[in-house]
Design a protein around this ligand. Structure first.
Ligand code: NAI
Ligand code: 15L
Length: 267
């Protein structure tokens, strides 16, 4: 197999559970890690419970690893304290441990919420300035900057995959634009891991949907071509004629509901 050992963080999560099955052909051993419960290790698997905020534990977690798929962390808006521990300290711990363990490449599960304050009428690319829509989005911007710093200073390569909405199918009209099928997600990871040189690349993770807010031309070298489309679900969400609605922030901005923080997160 191409790799000796792949580490997947966030293995107990929604995407982690899907990826657990799909990445097996790529490595002799898949090391699965999360702070939460995971199914016991099967053949060719290692299961390691680890809090990303625990620096010493993360250093050990990365021993003997060739490449990392970093999907662990808080995945929606939360308190600054929680985000700081899991996403900011956690991602720092991961990169520092990767450097100390001589790891060459990481795929970082970034998010469309790094750019969620662009309008739904904007069309942007990887060079458009970040415009996070939440503290969660800010923590993903931190991860992208941190990975850029580690690439420039140590040569660790990273693909920052700005995932749109990766779920079995779109569950609201916004997701007709942001939907990223599981097959396309896996293919984007395959391209990110097997392209000979990726340097530091930002890739928007969306399927070949009828409408798009994101231009992936700056990531051409990865050769990623999405195959699925949200068109098959379009009937679920007939057009209303007023999208975006001038009085509705969740349809005005690419980040959707994330631009309207829940009462528990309002300043
Ligand atoms: P999820 O919330 O289901 O999974 C995240 C996993 O990280 C959970 O199992 C959780 O226990 C683990 N985790 C949280 N704090 C941790 C800590 N301190 N130490 C170790 N593990 C910790 O989220 P999902 O949907 O599977 O997303 C995976 C990754 O992809 C996340 O980083 C998320 O931000 C990113 N992403 C996902 C999108 C999607 O559409 N599913 C869209 C954009 C980004
Ligand atoms: C994300 O970053 C979240 O992790 C995911 O749960 C979805 O909310 C997704 O963005 C989205 O924008 O649909």
């Amino acid at each position: 197999k191409p790799f000796k050992r792949i580490l997947l963080t966030g293995a107990a999560g929604g995407l982690g559970k899907i990826l657990r099955e799909r990445i097996k052909p790529w490595a002799d051993v898949v090391r699965l890690s999360d702070i939460g419960d995971m199914a016991p290790a099967g053949e060719g698997e290692e299961v390691v419970r680890c809090d990303l905020a625990d620096k010493a534990a993360v250093l050990k977690l990365l021993e003997g690893v060739d490449v990392v798929l970093h999907f662990g962390g808080i995945s929606t808006e939360n308190t600054f304290e929680n985000i700081m521990a899991a996403n900011i300290a956690g991602t720092y711990n991961l990169y520092e441990a990767a450097h100390k363990n001589g790891i060459k490449r990481i795929v970082f599960a970034s998010s469309n919420h790094t750019i969620g304050f662009y309008k739904t009428t904007d069309y942007i690319d990887a060079d458009s300035p970040m415009r996070p829509d939440s503290l969660y989005g800010v923590s993903k911007c931190f991860g992208e900057s941190l990975s850029r710093y580690y690439y420039d200073s140590t040569g660790i390569e990273t693909v920052c995959l700005r995932i749109g909405s990766s779920f079995p199918e779109p569950v609201n009209p916004r997701m007709l634009v942001t939907w990223f099928s599981y097959d396309d997600l896996v293919e984007s990871l395959r391209c990110s891991l097997f392209t000979p040189r990726v340097g530091h690349t930002i890739l928007f993770g969306a399927s070949a949907n009828p409408a798009s807010w994101w231009d992936n031309s700056k990531a051409e070298h990865l050769g990623f071509r999405p195959k699925d489309s949200s068109l098959q679900f379009a009937d679920k969400f007939p057009p209303t004629g007023n999208y975006p609605a001038a009085d509705d922030r969740a349809t005005l901005y690419q980040g959707g509901g994330f631009v309207v923080p829940g009462p528990q997160y309002q300043q």
